[in-house]
Design a protein around this ligand. Structure first.
Ligand code: BES
Ligand code: MN
Ligand code: ZN
Length: 485
């Protein structure tokens, strides 16, 4: 599907025109123009309360006159839309247009009024959300062929090509992230993630480095290696370098937790919903998706992506509670719970990253159930050792409508990680579990500006609509774009 801009509803060519209808007051100009062509039917339908214009309500008016487009009426309620409601509206539009039989769809976006967002920002977000609605998890059901959408061209009313491109690239990145996330653990292994990096290296002009277990052993990454020890799948540290900036300019680094399945290890998880632990590589997946979006947009900056990939399994060789392992930094860790494995793979990756002398490092991880207790699935948890990084992430989060909430890293919490037998324990007890996980990571990030995103609650949805969300690719893409020259 192509996505492009148009600037006037009066002369747009389309089979289906999407127009927005508020529940009261005047019709927006673009909608009023369409209404004239259908002899005031839109206003009449609202008047007769056949179509009330409540938020995300839709009604299709098929074309009865040759050469006139069909109209999809989409309700926007009685006031400027909040982010929550504009997402609902976009999702309703996306769901409708992808299942209708029209090849050329135009969206009269100027009819959308949204709180605290300008037209260019809405161009980006609409392009992103409408494209995202077309994502399907394909490849595993016999009925897949029926899911192919008829839409060939999607036209969005707007003026900024750059804004459109950001939205389209973000959607491509988010689709990649969701696909990797949704893949089952028997397909998406650490080696599979490594192969995806190599494929990105071939598709775009980026350099890939793969560190296998032998190499990591030489480097002293025993903490990372301790997580994959019980698995038959070898662990990898995957590094991708996008170089769009000056040669001597320090990179911004994103690091993703890539546990391709988290059984908990010897500290085995309960069986219920354990399948969802295939999503424990969603941090890694979001870094892959962001890399794809950045490669499409080609901004002027240097960006290094790092993935710590391992499978956490119990076995006769697995790490046991009480085992002490040495990190690449030299600090020793008492592994009190093998289910707190994310921090164990990330800490060695964080030390490895020092060699890039980064301008900033952001790690993204489905790190703790405690973060879901604290923030649910609305906000990702954000921690930072420099307020500058936190503020840049907050601004990106606002721009992308991809929410986060800054959490505390007070030194008082650090004591919860004290161990009688090693430099640090890998768990901090029942209180403030998301905070103590971040505290653990903070012990390995003292040499650079760093932030941590706990996406345990936001990376995927469970239940009937089980599936990866693609978050926080929007936020990360906007963050990196804000760092470009
Ligand atoms: N991957 C999990 C965190 C998680 C759990 C994310 C459920 C999303 C849904 C992580 O590896 C984990 O198991 N964390 C433990 C830490 C605890 C042992 C200190 C947790 O949150 O229970
Ligand atoms: Mn775990
Ligand atoms: Zn995990």
């Amino acid at each position: 599907m192509k996505t492009q801009l148009f600037n006037n509803v009066a002369d747009v060519q389309a089979d289906l025109l999407v127009v927005f209808v508020p529940s009261e007051g005047e019709l927006p100009a673009a909608t009023a123009q369409a209404d004239e062509k259908v002899n005031g039917q839109i206003a009449a339908l609202r008047e007769q309360t056949v179509f009330k214009g409540s938020v995300a309500q839709t009604l299709l008016l098929p074309s009865v006159v040759e050469g006139q487009p069909a109209l999809l009426l989409v309700g926007t309620g009685k006031e400027a839309l909040s982010d929550m409601n504009v997402k609902k509206v976009a999702a309703a539009v996306g769901t409708q247009i992808k299942s209708l039989p029209y090849a050329n769809v135009a969206v009269a976006a100027s009819g959308l009024s949204v709180k605290d967002r300008d037209a260019d920002n809405m161009t980006t977000l609409l392009a992103q959300w409408l494209n995202e609605a077309f994502y399907e998890f394909l490849g595993f059901k016999q009925s897949d062929a029926e899911k192919v959408s008829k839409v060939e061209t999607l036209q969005i009313e707007g003026t900024s090509e750059d804004a459109l491109k950001v939205g389209v690239a973000t959607a491509a990145g988010s689709a990649f992230t969701r696909q990797l996330g949704n893949l089952p653990g028997n397909v998406c292994t650490p080696a599979y993630l490594a192969s995806k990096a190599q494929q990105l290296g071939e598709d775009y002009d980026i350099e890939i480095e793969l560190l296998d277990e032998t190499k990591m052993d030489e480097l002293g990454m025993h903490c990372l290696l301790s997580v994959g020890r019980g698995s038959d799948q070898p662990s990898y540290l995957i590094v991708m370098h996008y170089r769009g900036g000056k040669e001597d300019e320090a990179p911004h680094v994103l690091l993703g937790k890539g546990i391709t399945f988290d059984t908990g290890g010897i500290s085995l998880k309960p069986g219920a919903k354990m399948d969802e632990m295939k999503y424990d590589m969603c941090g890694a997946a979001s870094v892959f998706g962001t890399m794809k979006a950045i490669c499409e947009l080609k901004p002027a900056l240097n960006f290094t992506a790092v993935i710590a990939a391992a499978e956490n399994m119990p076995s006769g060789r697995a790490t046991k509670p009480g085992d002490i392992v040495k990190t690449m930094s030299g600090k020793t860790v008492e592994v009190l719970n093998t289910d707190a494995e994310g921090r164990l793979v990330l800490c060695d990756a964080l030390t490895y990253i020092e060699r890039f002398k980064p301008q900033s490092v952001v790690d993204i991880a489905t790190l703790t159930g405690a973060c879901i207790v604290a923030l649910g699935s609305v906000n990702s948890g954000m921690y930072a050792n420099k307020q500058d990084v936190a503020d840049a992430l907050k601004a990106a989060s606002k721009g992308a409508a991809d929410k986060l909430w800054q959490m505390p890293l007070d030194e008082e919490y650090q004591q919860q990680l004290d161990s009688n037998f090693a430099d640090i324990g890998n768990i901090g007890g029942p209180e403030a579990g998301s905070v103590t996980a971040a505290c653990f990571l903070s012990r390995f990030t003292e040499s650079y500006p760093w932030a941590h995103l706990d996406i345990a609650g936001t990376a995927w949805a469970g239940g009937a609509s089980k599936g990866a969300s693609g978050r926080p690719v929007g936020l990360l893409t906007q963050y990196l774009l804000s760092k470009a020259n």
